[in-house]
Design a protein around this ligand. Structure first.
Ligand code: SF4
Length: 276
C-alpha cells in the first residue's frame, strides 16, 4: 500500500506528524489534557452519556481523546481532540451510566468514543463501582496500552464482570500504519494485549476477544491475520467481531479528506445485524 506522509493536522488538538507517530507518547500527552486530579481522584473528560442498540442494548459513556488518529474514526470530532467535553469523577460517570442502564433495562455498560485505557486510575475506579452491580462492563480499546503493560491486564483481571474487546486497526503492520498514523512497529502491541489478557487469566472468547476493522483489508491479509490470532488461541480466530465502516456524514467527510475508499462499508440505515 503506497502513501505519502501527512504532516501536522492542526485540528488534532496538538501537533502530530503522520504517519510514524508513537502512540505511547501521544497517550501521555493526551492523558495530561483529558484527565485531572481532584482530591486524589482522577477525573476524565467525557462528551456524552447515552443508551443505544449495540450489544443488544448498552449504556455508554463517550470519552474524549485517543492515542491513534484512525482515518475512518466514527468519533473523530472528539477522539482527535483533547479540549472538548466536561470532566467527570468516576462516581458521576457511574451514576449516569447506571441510570441509563436501569431505566432501559440493559445488561451492559461501556466506555466508548475515544480510548478509555489512557485514564487508568479513572477506569479502575469505575470498574470497581460497577463490580458491585449486576452489569457487565465492556471495555472497548485499541489495546496498545494493555499490550505494553502486563500489570494493566492483571489490574483489570481483579474485576469479575469485565469483558475486554481489543479492536484491531487493520490486519497487517502496514495497514495499521496507513490507517492510524502510528508507526507500524506498534501494531504488535495489539496482539500483545491479547497475550497479556490470556496470561492474566481472562477466558478467550468469553472475557476477552478481538474485533477488527476489515473495510480496508484484502482477503489474503485477513487470512494471515486470522492465523496469527489462532496462534495465540484458536478461539480468538473463531470469535472475532468484524467491523466495517458505517458511512455517517461526518465519517464520509473524514474518508474524503484522507482520500480513503473502503472496500466494504454500510450506510447508517443498512447496518447488518451481525454488527449490532
Ligand atoms: S482507536 Fe478508535 S477512537 Fe481512537 S482514533 Fe481509532 S477508531 Fe477512533
Amino acid at each position: 500500500m503506497e502513501y505519502s506522509a501527512i504532516v501536522i493536522q492542526q485540528y488534532y488538538g496538538f501537533k502530530v506528524s503522520l504517519p510514524g507517530m508513537d502512540p505511547f507518547k501521544i497517550a501521555s500527552i493526551v492523558k495530561d489534557k483529558i484527565t485531572r486530579r481532584r482530591g486524589g481522584t482522577e477525573e476524565l473528560r467525557y462528551y456524552r452519556f447515552r443508551g443505544g442498540k449495540w450489544y443488544g442494548g448498552i449504556a455508554t459513556g463517550d470519552v474524549v481523546g485517543c492515542n491513534l488518529r484512525c482515518k475512518f474514526c466514527w468519533s473523530w470530532r472528539y477522539s482527535y481532540y483533547t479540549n472538548k467535553g466536561f470532566f467527570c469523577r468516576p462516581e458521576e460517570a457511574f451514576n449516569r451510566m447506571l441510570n441509563i442502564a436501569e431505566k432501559r433495562g440493559y445488561r451492559y455498560v461501556r466506555l466508548s468514543g475515544g480510548e478509555p485505557t489512557i485514564a487508568k486510575d479513572h477506569l479502575l475506579d469505575l470498574l470497581k463501582l460497577f463490580s458491585e452491580t449486576k452489569y457487565t462492563f465492556i471495555l472497548e480499546t485499541n489495546g496498545l496500552l494493555l499490550g505494553r503493560d502486563m500489570r494493566y491486564a492483571r489490574d483489570l483481571a481483579n474485576y469479575h464482570n469485565i469483558v475486554v474487546r481489543i479492536s484491531f486497526k487493520g490486519t497487517t503492520p502496514l495497514e495499521f500504519e496507513y490507517l492510524t498514523g502510528a508507526s507500524r512497529e506498534f501494531y504488535e502491541y495489539q496482539f500483545r494485549a491479547l497475550i497479556n489478557l490470556l496470561e492474566a487469566g481472562f477466558k478467550p472468547g468469553e472475557e476477552f476477544y478481538a474485533a477488527a476493522m476489515l473495510s480496508f483489508s484484502p482477503k489474503e491479509n485477513v487470512e494471515k491475520f486470522l492465523r496469527k490470532l489462532a496462534s495465540i488461541h484458536p478461539v480468538l480466530a473463531e470469535d472475532i467481531d468484524i467491523e466495517y465502516v458505517i458511512l455517517y456524514p461526518h465519517v464520509v467527510q473524514l474518508l474524503r479528506k484522507n482520500k480513503l475508499k473502503p472496500l466494504i462499508a454500510y450506510r447508517p440505515n443498512g447496518i447488518p445485524d451481525f454488527m449490532i
